[in-house]
Design a protein around this ligand. Structure first.
Ligand code: ADP
Ligand code: ZN
Length: 605
């Protein structure tokens, strides 16, 4: 159905009215002659009839043609007309006529307004959308249709529980969460997950785009929000899904152009009021999705609003395989299509792009009149999609991937080789935001007491990325800047806060303002110039030494770096067990190598 904008309809009615008005005016528009010509004609006896309307005279001559003219003084004209025996007809003045036209316009406008005010018409032209009712759906997607997002699903299972048995949680006095924020790149299955929750809990699902709310007509966004929540309350428990919440919930700033901004702010406020408003008795869970959580207004993220945040990432190779399998189920696959190798060849693909790939491959196969989709179709579909992607520069270049793999391997190897460090949790070269990779460690325990060795080793782990890059590629990149920052922070605290430096001594300097980076601790007023220089030097020496030692350490284990990096390039993500396996392989190889070495040494002797 075509949705007409209200403004469009109103202008249409007004233009029609205006045209009718003008047509009317034209219809009375006969040939005009000058008053003097009229007098001459009258004198010659050519005029047979005069219709007088105010000062307007409509004349008929002998040949029955009509003309119009305007008389400066009608009463002075009367004797002349009578003298020439002209038929005189008088009509009310044309003022009356004008009035009539104006009334017509008012009637038209009122009529238009009346038509617009009728609910059914408003709805059909989109003036009054019945926002809530229109979109209520029951979702049929289940968790089985969503693959490779097991961490997120685990967290969301709880929500399903809330929706299914709200009374259980309410009885215990627990506060049921009202808002869940799903964040992650486009096409990672945020909408899909929200739908799956709704259908798993078998509750109604109300999906919206954030921009649906923000219209150019003031107040409409806010009233839509209210309408929606009213409707949802009637059908609770249920799920409201707001895609691209950043369209309404972006950070508020006074400097932007105000028009649509005011509107957005009103909409956002209405949303916040509604979320604060509904009680835990009405189990409404609002799930919002965004790929830009960093620009969201902090008011949205406060407790009681979107206080649960779940991050979805682009799938790694194993997750891609699962997603491929889900979508491959719906097409006829030729035997021998190796989904594993296909998923390997799709680094950086999102779930949506994988779904698209399967679909494209199926279309290609159909066009080629095959009964099954084979590897060639997949290859061609992939080429087609990647060409589209490259323009978006979503795919990381092979060189950058290698660099990231070695960088992360460097961190990991230091973690593995040094004793007093947090164990490895996960290594990945999946791009995330601006960073190309990540090495995660799990803190051993939550004791907040750290040894100096632990802190120094942490600095070394940080340096591992840069050191590996330098060893393998003999070049430095900005990819390590975050690590250097972190290492510097640790070194500063080690010297200034924990008093662990030999040279500076067991002295604590006031670091309160320095922790958040706002004030350089070295410029703290109470420290003498001499001490300041010592601190400065000490921090630099500590960092440089750590870097050099890391370089030496990694230099002795370059094979391990290569093995880990190669494994990362293939698998993209290694969990702690997988990394451990690589490490053990490496140790075994070394043992065999040193055996061989011994043998050959003995032979030589
Ligand atoms: P988002 O909301 O994060 O942009 P969607 O949920 O709209 O992404 O995903 C679009 C489509 O991509 C889905 O309909 C589905 O076909 C496919 N898709 C995305 N992620 C997955 C996944 N994890 N498992 C299976 N299919 C997925
Ligand atoms: Zn790093």
């Amino acid at each position: 159905m075509i949705r007409l904008r209200p403004a469009l309809v109103i202008s249409f009615i007004m233009i029609t009215g205006f045209l009718i008005y003008n047509l009317w005016a034209i219809s009375t528009d006969q040939a005009e002659i000058s008053y003097s010509t009229f007098l001459t004609e009258l004198q010659q006896g050519n005029i047979t009839e005069v219709v007088i309307k105010g000062n307007q005279l409509t004349l008929k001559d002998k040949s029955k043609d009509t003309f119009v003219t305007f008389s400066p003084d009608v009463s002075a004209l009367m004797p002349k007309l009578l003298e020439r025996d002209v038929t005189i007809i008088t009509k009310p003045s044309s003022e009356y006529d004008k009035l009539l036209r104006e009334i017509l316009i008012v009637v038209l406008l009122l009529g238009g307004w009346w038509v617009m005010s009728r609910k059914r018409v408003r709805k059909s032209i989109g003036f009054d959308s019945q926002f809530g009712k229109r979109v209520h759906t029951r979702s049929t997607v289940t968790f089985n249709d969503v693959a490779g997002t097991s961490e997120a699903q685990e967290e969301l299972k709880e929500i399903t529980g809330f929706l299914k048995h709200p009374e259980r949680f309410a009885r215990l006095g627990g506060r049921i969460p009202k808002g869940v924020l799903l964040q992650g790149p486009p096409g990672t299955g945020k909408t899909l997950l929200a739908r799956a929750i709704a259908s798993e809990a078998s509750v109604p699902f109300y999906p919206f785009g954030g921009s649906d709310f923000v219209e150019m007509y003031a107040g409409l966004g806010a009233s839509r929000v209210r309408e929606l929540f009213d409707e949802a309350k009637k059908n609770a428990p249920c799920i409201i899904f707001i895609d691209e919440i950043d369209a309404i919930g972006g950070k508020r700033s006074g400097t932007l152009k105000s028009g649509s901004n005011d509107e957005r702010e009103q909409t956002l406020n209405a949303l916040l009021v509604e979320m604060d408003g509904f009680s835990t008795v009405e189990t409404i869970i609002v799930i919002a999705a965004t790929n830009r959580a960093d620009i969201l207004d902090s008011a949205l993220l406060r407790p009681g609003r979107f206080d649960r945040q779940i991050t979805l990432t682009l799938p790694d190779v194993k997750e891609r395989l699962k997603i491929l399998e889900v979508h491959a189920k719906s097409v006829a696959m030729a035997s021998g299509v190796d989904l594993i190798s296909i998923s390997r060849s799709l680094p950086g693909f999102s779930g949506a792009e994988i779904a698209n790939l399967v679909n494209e491959a199926a279309l290609l196969a159909a066009r080629r009149r095959k009964s099954k989709v084979d590897l060639q179709d997949f290859e061609d579909a992939k080429d087609k999609i990647i060409m589209g992607l490259e323009r978006r520069s979503a795919v990381v270049s092979e060189k950058a991937r290698r660099q990231a793999a070695y960088h992360e391997a460097g961190h990991a190897v230091v973690t593995m080789l040094l004793a007093n460090t947090d164990p490895l949790h996960k290594i990945t070269i999946m791009p995330r935001g601006r960073s190309l990779g990540l090495t995660q460690q799990v803190p051993l325990d939550d004791l907040h007491v750290f040894s100096k060795e632990y802190l120094v080793n942490r600095i070394k782990v940080m340096m591992g990325g840069r050191a590996a890059e330098e060893l393998v590629f003999s070049e430095q990149t900005t990819g390590a800047s975050g690590d250097i920052r972190t290492a510097t922070d640790i070194a500063i605290r080690l010297v200034c806060e924990f008093g662990m430096s030999r040279k500076v001594g067991p002295v604590a300097f006031d670091l309160d303002q320095a922790i958040d980076g706002s004030v350089d601790p070295i410029h703290y007023q109470g420290i003498s110039e001499q001490t300041r220089r010592e601190i400065d030097l000490e921090i630099r020496i500590l960092l440089t030494e750590c870097y050099d030692e890391t370089l030496t350490l990694l230099g002795k284990h370059t094979d391990l770096i290569h093995m880990l990096a190669e494994s990362l390039l293939v698998n993209e993500t290694l969990d702690s067990e997988e990394a451990e396996i690589v490490y053990r392989c490496y140790q075994k190889r070394r043992a065999i190598d040193s055996e061989k070495q011994k043998d050959s040494d003995q032979k030589r002797n």
